[in-house]
Ligand binder design. Structure first.
Ligand code: MSP
Length: 496
């Protein structure tokens, strides 16, 4: 039986990425959130029978990392080797199923960066010059004076509110200004989702300047050598963006590259300019296609306050792991900021855990599997088509939420299936009536609900399915099964 229409039938493959994170600190709620979003997209597309590829990784060059290593008394390479491990550890603990963990110090990445730069240079889009401007090391970017915050005689970065540094040096420029019309066209055609973030870029495009893409080795000795002139290293953003295509084989495995490119980037709103303006222009300048979509999310505030090291309220990944990782995934996807900023609250997390996960999903699974296990060594019956129609309507809502990048609606749709089954099982009272068909269809509902839940809660959904003697299968078609309930798991134990 068909549960859902073929999802985006024009695409057989799906490529999704997270930003590559600066490893100058442990992963925090912001990077955890972006990575869970990407894992959620990858897993949903897998359920839809797509061949998927998902990359995440670390952005290891540049002045910020160079200084952080110095401060830690390590060489840059020692420092990033050590710090990258925190990211691998976090993603393992949060059940992130990536296909490639890319580090910008990987040899194939260096090769890809050099290749792209040579290509852009041959195409005439790189030229030498001089550059002076205000640089924010935390953003790794130059700002125009009118973008900065003036405080006394100091200029502060608009994002970090830290003093910027004036830097002046010889450099090479990328002719970004030439790509204005093509970028405008892409933005008008829905490159950025939600659209409002794309609209926010338009005014900045009016005065689009060329960008400096090198740093002298003297000042920034830590980076990929600029292949056109060995006095320089490549500017860290120019280097970092290219990771997306390195990870799918560019330039040495063009078969793989063509299979997956263009891909979908998931990012936070603070790095939209680089992804929606500079990156597409770089690709076009190298005769490559621009990305398919850029899905943008807002920022987390913590208990109502902006999150920051100086405020001492950063929530790092290990602290979140007080809860089951899948419970965190559920909570972040349910309440996470997309089109505006959103707030993290331990109290709200506790409520969601108790009311939705423990009471709705956990209790239902426990109740139905206990009953089935006690009364039937294995069970099959006719499908209840009316019930399945209702379940299908929730799946449809989930599908639309993925298309529109509204993950909260997906969590609501998945939870609705469990609510439906809760009501169904209670109304049918099989313990009074001996209605085997009702027990069977409750299990069918739990199975389908768990499949839909899989992109949100991969470990829990597997646990549910395994307790019923089945596993993860694609969601497109439903194949009727016989269940052998072996176990009645307590999925979400009571909190202390
Ligand atoms: N290295 C660059 C990305 C290069 S991609 C080619 C970078 N790294 S980062 O580690 O600073 O940030 C990565 C991500 O974390 C961004 O998507 C950013 O939006 C996200 N977040 C950082 N703080 C955040 C919140 N408080 N809330 C939500 N996400 C936030 O930028």
């Amino acid at each position: 039986m068909k549960l859902i229409d073929n999802f985006e039938p024009e695409n057989k493959t799906f490529f999704v990425t997270t930003p590559i994170y600066y490893p100058n600190g442990k992963p925090h709620i912001g990077s955890v959130y972006t990575t869970i979003l990407a894992d959620f997209y990858s897993r949903f597309n897998k359920l839809m029978n797509k061949k998927t590829f998902f990359t995440t990784g670390t952005d290891e060059h540049g002045l910020k990392l160079y200084r952080a290593a110095k401060k830690a008394g390590k060489t840059p390479k020692e420092y990033v080797d050590e710090m990258a491990e925190y990211f691998k550890d976090a993603w393992k603990k949060f059940n992130i199923d990536y296909d490639r963990f890319i580090r910008t110090t990987d040899p194939d990445h260096e090769e890809a960066v050099k290749h792209v730069i040579e290509k852009i240079y041959e195409n005439g889009y790189i030229y030498p010059g001089n550059y002076g401007g205000w640089y924010c090391v935390s953003c790794e970017t130059y700002y125009n004076e009118n973008e900065l915050i003036k405080e006394g005689d100091k200029y502060l970065c608009p994002i970090h509110r830290k003093p910027v540094e004036f830097m002046e040096e010889e450099t090479y420029f990328f002719k970004l200004s030439l790509f204005k019309d093509r970028i405008l066209e892409l933005l008008k055609n829905g490159l950025v989702v939600p659209e409002k973030y794309g609209t926010g870029l338009l005014s900045r495009l009016n005065d689009l300047k060329d960008v400096s893409i090198t740093r002298t080795k003297e000042r920034v000795p830590w980076g990929i050598e600029f292949p056109i002139d060995k006095k320089f290293v490549v500017y860290v953003w120019f280097d970092a963006l290219i990771n997306y295509i390195t990870s799918i084989g560019y330039p040495h495995n063009m078969e793989k590259f063509n299979m997956f490119w263009p891909g979908v980037h998931i990012i936070g709103k603070d790095i939209l300019w680089f992804h929606a303006v500079i990156w597409p222009a770089m690709l076009l300048a190298a005769d490559l296609k621009p990305p398919k979509k850029i899905l943008v999310h807002g920022f987390w505030t913590i208990e109502g306050k902006k999150m920051g090291k100086s405020l001492g309220n950063v929530i790092y990944y290990d602290e979140l792991l007080r809860y089951h990782p899948d419970a965190i995934r559920y909570y972040l996807l349910k309440t996470g900021p997309i089109d505006k900023d959103g707030n993290f609250s331990w109290e709200e997390l506790k409520e969601v855990y108790k009311n939705e996960l423990s009471n709705e999903i956990g209790n239902l699974v426990r109740r139905v599997t206990l009953f089935a296990k006690k009364n039937y060594s294995s069970i099959t019956d006719e499908l209840d088509t009316e019930l399945l129609e209702e379940i299908k309507s929730h799946i449809e809502k989930a599908r639309i939420s993925v298309e529109k990048f509204i993950p909260s609606q997906y969590t609501i749709a998945a939870l609705s299936i469990f609510k439906t089954i809760n009501r169904y099982f209670t109304e049918k009272e099989p313990w009074e009536t001996g209605d085997k068909k009702a027990v069977y269809n409750s299990l069918v509902g739990i199975e389908i609900g768990s499949l839909l839940l899989h992109p949100i809660m991969p470990e829990i959904s597997k646990k549910i399915l395994n307790s019923m003697g089945v596993g993860i299968t694609p969601l497109l078609e439903y194949q009727k099964k016989t269940f052998t309930v072996k176990d009645s798991p307590i999925l979400f134990p009571k909190l202390d």
